[in-house]
Structures are given as C-alpha cells and as structure tokens.
Design a protein around this ligand. Structure first.
Ligand SMILES: Cc1ncc(COP(=O)(O)O)c(C=O)c1O
Length: 283
C-alpha cells in the first residue's frame, strides 16, 4: 500500500463550528497501485495509447494537472476534450461539503433517470431551464456522452425531415443523408461511424453510409501564397461537394442536415497533435 499526504477538502474536511469556511486538514490516503505502475497494470487488459502521465485527482487544481508519478504540474489545455471546462477540483464544488455529499449520494445509486424520477433530477432540470433554457425549445432530452448526443440529434432530424418531405407531397424516404465535414470526429457509435473521418483506424472495416463529405479549408503556417491558395482551393471544393451527389431531387430535400458540431469546445483535428510537455501526445 502506497501512502501519500494530501490536503483534504470538501466532504472530507471538518466544517468550522461557526458553520463558515472549512478548515484544510491533511490526511494520508492509501492507494493499492503505485502511480508508476498504472500504465503497466492497465496494459495487461486495456489499450493504453493515451497520455503518458497519471492524473493525480487530488493534487490537480484548476488548470494545472499534476502527474501522480512525479508530482510535476502541467498547464491543462486538454480538459478531457473540453468536458471539464471548469478545471479540476473547482473550489466552488469540492469545497462545498453539502454538494459533495449530494454528488456522492447520487453516484452511489445512479438512478436510471428516464424511468425513475428523483427530486435531484427535477431540481437539475429546473436549474438547466433557468440558466440555459430557451422558451422556444421547452422540450429537453438528456443523454450521457457526446456520440449518443449526436445520435439522438440525428434521430430527431431524420424524423423531422421525413415528415416535412411527406407533408410537402415528397417521398418520406428522402432526407436520410447527413452532410458533414472532412476530418470530423463525431464519435464511434452507429450513425456517428459514418461521420467520423479522422484516423482511419477508428472506422475501418465498419459498415458506413455514403453520406456527403465536404472539404474543409484549413490554413497551415507559415502563411505563404501556396498555403493561402490551398485554403481557397479547399473552399471551392467544399462548395462543389455541397451541391454534388444528389441526383434527381434537389439537395435540400435529400440532405437531412449539416453536422458540424464544435463538440465540447474541442480543438479542430489540425491542432490536435500538440505535445504537452513530456507528458506524451494528445490522443
Ligand atoms: C465533436 C465531438 N462529437 C462527439 C464526440 C463523442 O463523444 P463521446 O466520446 O462522449 O461519446 C466527441 C468526443 O470527443 C467530440 O469531440
């Protein structure tokens, strides 16, 4: 058993008798596997082509990731593919013992939200509508994960487009193609496999729909006349591709919608392979 001393915050910290700020205590916490052994242990059963560092979930703070193997700090420009935009161990979360307790209570039970309802879900929905809601869009659908969010958006759009075509006297079979961008990553589930086209290894040998794919003009540095001409060429090719491939019916009836979600604030593929210190390549 390995022992490491951490400042303890949030739910584990004592609240002051006056009910005010929490006292910061230190505690020695044991882990069964040494940080230095994490990759080797994982590699026995999992693919470990991700980061070379081992995230220290306690010592990392805000925009600084700490490597549990060395205690070295790295500026976090990754944020778990932008799914943790607030950073790590956000004080407003981890220093609120009541909220940490609530999270633990829900995590320990993990109710199946679509079927069984809790006060927590009702409070979440109410807060979501108050903070991010749009009165024009009163109906919400929640699903866990980016690819499943894309899948469900596609399902809604397929349904809408088919009905719209039918109502206009066109075939309801029309409107099943999803125009999308070259170099896009939208996930690795059913429909998203036909949209994702970054590393071929992610989609090779899987059945895919032949949906219209559009070139993306990307500027490379240094900015030379050739680089600018390539951008211009890409833009024209993209525009042509947007019009092509839809024989018989105008493209607007055949194309369900254009998928170009910026995801969770994610970098574009062109900017993805940026080494972060010696922590290894961004996957
Ligand atoms: C733009 C975009 N769409 C979809 C996904 C898939 O999300 P998930 O891995 O949560 O299924 C990602 C994941 O990185 C993404 O960046």
């Amino acid at each position: 058993m390995l022992l490491k001393t951490y400042p303890l915050k949030g739910i584990l910290a004592d609240t002051r008798p006056d009910g005010g700020k929490f006292s910061i205590m230190t505690a020695t916490i044991g882990t069964a596997i040494a940080p230095a052994d994490v990759h080797d242990k994982l590699a026995e059963h999992l693919l470990t082509d991700g980061f070379k560092l081992v995230l220290d979930t306690r010592a990392s703070q805000g925009s600084w990731i700490v490597d549990a193997r060395t205690d070295e700090r790295y500026l976090d420009m990754y944020t778990f593919f932008a799914s943790a935009p607030l950073g790590l161990n956000v004080p407003g979360v981890v220093e609120d013992p009541e909220f940490m307790g609530l999270l633990a209570e829900i995590a320990a039970n993990k109710p199946a939200n679509p079927d069984i309802y809790t006060t927590h879900l009702a409070e979440f929905v109410e807060t979501f509508v108050r903070v991010l809601g749009d009165p024009a869009l009163p109906h919400l659908f929640f699903v866990e994960g980016g690819a499943l969010a894309v899948e469900n958006a596609l399902k809604v759009a397929f349904d809408w487009k088919s009905r719209r075509n039918e109502a206009a006297g066109r075939s309801p079979e029309l409107g099943s193609k999803v125009m999308h961008l070259k170099h896009a990553f939208h996930g690795r589930t059913g429909y998203t496999m036909s949209l994702t086209n970054t590393d071929p290894g992610k989609t090779a040998r899987y059945p895919q729909f032949d949906w219209p794919r559009i070139d993306v003009p990307a500027l490379t540095f240094p900015v030379t006349d050739e680089a600018l001409a390539a951008v211009e060429g890409g833009r024209e090719a993209g525009a042509r591709a947007g019009q092509g491939g839809f024989r018989g019916q105008p493209a607007r009836h055949r194309v369900l919608h254009r998928r170009a979600d910026p995801g969770r604030g994610r970098r574009q593929p062109h900017a993805r392979r940026v080494p972060v210190g010696d922590a290894g390549p961004v996957p």
